[in-house]
Design a protein around this ligand. Sequence first.
Ligand code: PRP
Ligand code: URA
Length: 207
Amino acid sequence: MVTVVTHPLVQHKLSLMRDVRTGVKEFRELAAELSMLLAYEAMRDLELEPAHLQTPLRAGDFPMLSGKKLALVAILRAGLIMTDAIVNLVPAAKVGHIGLYRDPQTLLPVAYYNKLPADIAERRVFLTDPMLATGGSASAAIASLKLAGAQSIKLMTILAAPEGIAIVERDHPEVDIVTAAVDEGLNDHGYIVPGLGDAGDRIYGTK
Ligand code: PRP
Ligand code: URA
């Protein structure tokens, strides 16, 4: 299932990220803000249970998070900006990292790092990467999460291409995707069009 978050704040911030005139500092801030807004939607179905509390006025039962604990997993390097922001909302979440880069010739993901919470099988996993282009990186990351025992995985992206969504749905039909937009498609170099360019380079100023 794909959820496109159409909230005006999300759409406005995404358009600012697309703008070629947006510099590194603002791009980074927007990516962080957008990530928190996407998390609000992605975490909509977290379980609650009543906790007995005393307010300054009286005692009562009030909803608190319950159920499985959370793990945020970043696909390096661009996904890091998302987990760094979202962890502010869910400070008890554990954070994992999957290092993948896309080979510029083949566009296939190359793995270089993997460090996940040891108890990932018991956690709800939110996998983050701003860009879902060919889908190769996300699909490989989900496969390595499953290999580590993860049972509940949601993919959060800022921008998705229909091609990438199709690959994730083919390889991992049980994984829901939350994104701010689904663009037209990919160009010959595997970039999302109209897109926002190279997310990692724009976040870290490496171009
Ligand atoms: C970008 C992006 C995704 C991947 C998406 O990362 O952050 O991880 O490309 O492309 P795909 O869907 O076709 O696999 P990149 O490989 O540029 O690495 P970086 O984050 O280290 O810059
Ligand atoms: N990775 C990016 O950062 N941008 C794209 O458009 C495609 C892959």
